[in-house]
Ligand binder design. Sequence first.
Ligand code: ATP
Ligand code: MG
Length: 140
Amino acid sequence: MERTLSIIKPNAVIDNNIGNIIKMFEDQGLRIAAAKLTHLSKEKAEGFYIEHKERPFFGELVTFMTSAPVMLMVLEGENAVMKNREIMGATNPAEAAEGTIRKLYAKSIGENAAHGSDSLQSADREVNYFFDKNEVNSRW
Ligand code: ATP
Ligand code: MG
C-alpha cells in the first residue's frame, strides 16, 4: 500500500470536473484518504513547486496554481504513486494517452488539470506539506 498527493488544478475545478476526476481514481481502485478544496497562497504554491524554482515557467506555474481553488487529496492504494501518474497521463496533454485525465481535461502543458507525486519520497513530502497527520483517514 502507498499514499500519494493528488491536486485537481484550477482549470479542472473551474470547468466542474472535480467529480469526473475523482470517479476515475475510485474506479481504478484508489481511495480518497483526505481531501480539501482550498485557494493556495503565492507562498504555499511556491513552496510546493520549489524544485522548479529555476525553470522558465515557474512564475506562470505559480500564477496559474493561485488563480482559482484547487482540490488537494491524499490517494491511497496498491502502487498508488505510479497508478495515479498513469491515470493522469503525460504532462503535455498533446502526448497524453486516450482516456487519461490530461487527455480529457487539460487545456495546455501548463493548465494540465492534475498533479500527482512522482515518487514515494516526494509523496511523503507533499502529503505532509498540505495535511496534518490527523486529517489523513487511512484504511491500512
Ligand atoms: P505535476 O508535478 O504537476 O504532477 P509533472 O510531474 O507531470 O506535473 P513537472 O515536470 O513536475 O510535470 O512540471 C510541473 C508542472 O509545471 C506541470 O504539471 C505543468 O503544469 C508545469 N509545466 C511543466 N513544463 C511546462 C512548460 N514547458 N510550460 C509551462 N508549464 C509547464
Ligand atoms: Mg512533477
